[in-house]
Design a protein around this ligand. Sequence first.
Ligand code: OTU
Length: 636
Amino acid sequence: MNHSFSLARFSESRQIDMQRRLDQRITGLRQKLSSVYGETAQFDAWFEGLIDNVLELASQRSDALLALDSQRVENPDWFLHQNMVGYCAYVDRFADNLQGVKQRIPHLTQLGVRYLHLLPFFRARDLTIDGENDGGFAVASFDEIEPRLGTHADLLTLTEALRAANISLCADFVLNHVADDHPWALAAQQGQQAYQEFFHIFPDRDRPDQYEQSLGQVFPQAAPGNFSYDSRLEKWVWTTFYPYQWDLNYTNPVVFSEIALALLRMANSGIEVFRLDSTAFLWKRMGTNCMNQPEAHILLQAIRDIVTIAAPGVILKAEAIVPTADLPAYLGDASTGLQECHIAYHSSLMASSWVALSEQKVDLLQAVMRATPVLPAQASWLNYVRCHDDIGWNVLRAEANACAGSEKQGLERLQHASEFYTSDASSFADGERFQASDPHTVHGTVGMAASLCGIRTEDAQLEEKGIQRLMLMYGLAMSFGGIPLIYMGDEIAQTNDRSYCEDPARSFDGRWMQRPTLNTEALASLSNKNKVASVVHHRLCHLIHQRQQLPAFAAQRARQVMETGSDKILGFVRGALLERDHVVCLFNFSSEDVTVSGSALVQQLNVMSGVTASSQDHNGSRAEWLESIHNYVDVL
Ligand code: OTU
């Protein structure tokens, strides 16, 4: 097939770039999409239409965004640098609206933030229906801004201001579903066949019941089951999440092209990072849990190709909360060079670090680290301590079983962690169980990081232990390799907000406990060193500053687990031993001081780098290595 698309709409200099990118990507893109949608005459026409639209949107990129694209084509590793720090917030809870976010840029720059993830701000399901839209994750329009939060003009102003401050805006792009009042769903409800084909709709419970046999549940309490009866259609609709979030049907190629083009349109408004929500669920297959299916990966790879052709400055972030073994595939494959998303949440690292804190024992965390492979070029982890969702313990089932020796004991370990953060009277933590009425299952835990670390008051002296725990958790996220993400409020150790319990539209979803409004009073008194907020903010800034200075912390630099001789101390080395810019990172997950043997660590470093004892004595590196250990212990 001839792939010569007309580039007449581009200026002469852009034609050359565009031709090169098409040459690099178009054959692969076509192969991927035809492997999912089939080689038919209809496919050819659909594919040509898709590319024509992709090129049209590429031609509409502004000069400022074209400049950004070229910069990033020249420096594709821009987001892998050790100075990358992310921040995540709900627009309204952070700053009322998009205009308010612009006013908060100085707060972000003070923290060294280079990437700002604003939780959903596209027009969401109408709250006057029944008050619910899953915090904006039920999207009613991919092209409009939620009126409560601002206008499209506000978005353009904000992205411009963020670019000037060297901060990339990240927006949620929900791939798996739309709200039941999205125009596609409304058209389906009105009986339009073409739009009914955008969804998975069943006349009765036969097939839903068959699927249910192997499906899991995301919200077992608030939204049990994966199908909802729609009284307008008098049919069953696939709704993995809430009943008003209708799963899109990606076996329909039109769904894919509509979504891909909507994403490019928003990219043209200056969004630089897309958080692709619920990527794991895109493809359904009877007899499976309908997660992580090969077709879902192929479609994500195709979106990567499309973005690289039309908006190469843009990067994609996978939100796939899946077992450790299934996670790396969302970033592609280092051995074949296959590319998928640029960034992915490391949910296993996050969850296992909370397990380690509850058990004062690091074996599970080490197992997760060992199961984390080397990533392909231009790929990175997103390392977080908390986010707007629960800590899902189930992603750790495999590691827990292996470490504990049996499935029963593995489950018990995770249950123990869950109880520790919820109900255990002897624990320091103040969290709650998420969506599990059955005390024998392990689902999730909710709570602000500070509360889970035991911080309850504003008195810095009283809360020193809790502050140290919080810094330990953030220290790990900052050193592991990837973009560390600060969740709004954690920089000033904000604690749980239980006011959601009073609101009937939110009271059933405990995640609202960790979605407070920014405590501006605490922000205004950061100079008061007796306050927890001030101490945490200061230590976090210090940690970020240290990290910026050390190239060994760049995302793609090597990482090797070390045996520290103590099951309470996590150890790993970042960077290249032979180039001697490495950093040894040690994390004490216990509440006591623990001594580790410096010489035992040095011996391991020798083995890792293949340096023999005599050559090492000769070049004096033993002393330097010890030095670096002390330094880092001091830092943390
Ligand atoms: C994502 O979540 C979002 O982060 C949630 O806030 C939304 O409710 C959800 O999608 C629906 O849009 O597994 O891959 O707390 O971890 O719902 C999708 C449970 C997801 C979340 C889960 C998650």
